[in-house]
Design a protein around this ligand. Sequence first.
Ligand code: MOS
Length: 729
Amino acid sequence: MSKTSNINRVDGFAKVTGSATYSAEYKTPGITYACLVGSTIAKGTIKSIDTKKAEWAPGVLAVITHLNVDKPAGYEQPKKRENLGQPLQIFKDNTVRYYDQPIALVIADTFERMQYAASLIKAEYLKEEHSTELEKVKDKGKLPGGERAKDYNRGILDGYKNAEVVLEEEYTIPTEVHNPMELANIIAKWDGNKPILYTKSQGVEGTRKSVGNVFGIPAEDVEVHSEYLGGAFGMGLHTWPYEIAALIGSKKIGKPVKLVLHREQMFTNVGFRPYTIQKMGLGATKDGKLTGLTHEALAMTSNYEDFTEATVNMSRFMYDCANVSTKYRIAELDTCTPIWMRGPGEATGSFALESAIDELAHKLDLDPIEFRKRNHAEKDLEQNKPWSSKYLLECYEGGMERIGWKNRKNKPGSVREGEWLVGYGMGTGTFGSFRNPTTVKAKFLANGSLVLQCSVNDMGPGTATMMTAIGAEITGIPTENVIIEMGRSGLPKGPTQGGSATTSSVGSAVHDTCNLLVSKTLGLATENETFKNIPITDLSFANGAISSKKDTKKSVSLVSLLNNNKLEELSVENESKGSEEAKKYSIYSFSVHFVKVLVNPNLGKIRIAHVVSCADIGTVINQKTSAGQMYGGAVGGIGMGLMESLEIDHRFGRAINNNFADYHVPVNADIEKQEVFFVNKKDPISNPMGTKGLGETALVGMAPAIANAVFNATGKRVRDLPITLDKIL
Ligand code: MOS
């Protein structure tokens, strides 16, 4: 364990004391307040919209609708992502594409006046028949664009059908909503033709590009600040119409505009995990060798933009199986476009795959871990490549011991604690480990501090803490003297925070750039009198000083080196990216969630008695923030398994439970005991630190672990999430 592997969150104090500034909190002179008025039909056109009363209300600065909008230049020739449609062009015309779609923006001089004016807007519509139910458009699935969305086949098509033991089942997950604590929010303003956004984004550079496209200006002209985020879980991966609306509004009135979505709008206007129906077909020999696996998924998208995710992909490589077929389709519904929600498609897919594996193990009368071990994939059969590293078996072992797997009986309903039925279940997760090109600037200041700059955001995993730890580790500068500047444009370009790639991308860039900075410092030191005639290879840098390896008495502090050279700083800016060597390997993280549930057979109540989440994520850079990710991911999986579902009243195409009273997420009292275990072995290939991804795989596999545990407790197999008590009585 290194010195920095357990440091506290460097931004923790700022966050818990309220000194961290979130997007909507920037002090902005002349600020005005805006909100969006939503449509009250799910499909059709706006026949008329009466904004007069609102315009005449006190303090109102503007009411913008499709009738009076100054259309952004990019609306005419939008940059179409191939075959993917395009984001909703807010106020472009009178078309209503989903319920609560913004139809007007109201701006006033105070929050209260804005709210009041918004209540005065009345619209009349020409309604058309809407479609918000995936079950009803099952035959309307289309093949989306993109290489990995294509049909996949290895061996015999639907080869599972020929097996000795066959399982065919269908699994459904409902729409789930990210709903981070911090609402989607923006302060929008303009400097001439250059937009400035303080916004909730997971990708500063991505937001610059999409805003640039909408307004027909270069991305470089867009200034974005997104320095602190109160969670996002994927909803910050898209530039949403509310952000464009605020920019349009600000341009119109020539003043900064603050727009914070209402909690209700968080359920309807900023994406969600798409409702997905999955079919599994599994075949095995009587002694438990998988011979065939077919995984088909149909997921919803919107009627204007295609959203895709890797729902069926893990079925291609997770197990050693000769005949594997996957199919992925999307069908249009009259809703907002979905967006990746933590774990994204893999979490959805794992519910079907890991439930089906458990069901087949039960049919074979095999322990589900034993069944998995008999079908352990020694290499990636999809890509036909070796794994860079894989410690999945260690995760099984670590979890079995901690959860008390030996107390599990294969026969459901055979273990009791008082009146409670006891069930044990587990589910395997995985997620690709990616490394995106990242530029980091590292500089030593004349006071001995290290500054690290990168435009990457931190939506909560502890990116700044990770950067601090790696920078401190390489340079020997104490962590308290490391300064992080991140989360805004104008800094060296970092990647979007998504796909569990931040530590591998930004961490590697910090690692490489700090090494270059140390070399540059040593190079400068060779010119120093103290090190006369000593080659650079005989110099070392540690604890803020350069020393001769052979004669440690010869030492010059960094501070005096910079001062002697009259330098305020010494810096290196460097781009770091994945190696060619890495492409020869299949690089994945693995996780296994173990759950012990207690089920009351009379009431159907389910209690989560114990959760053990084990993961192979390569090197663990920081035990605290990594464990925090794992705890949080597992809690998200508990929500998915037991509680979360956005209910739509299909008569109106309208979300019913669009609030935290009715849309449930787990709280501390719902989970009695939770543990995290990391294998913590360096991946030799992934990147210089040997890390793999964490944030997503922390959730993948959790929902099926719960379903499997509930089955083990009760003998009831629930294939449509969430597992509410009515489904097990
Ligand atoms: Mo993650 S779903 O890429 O924020």
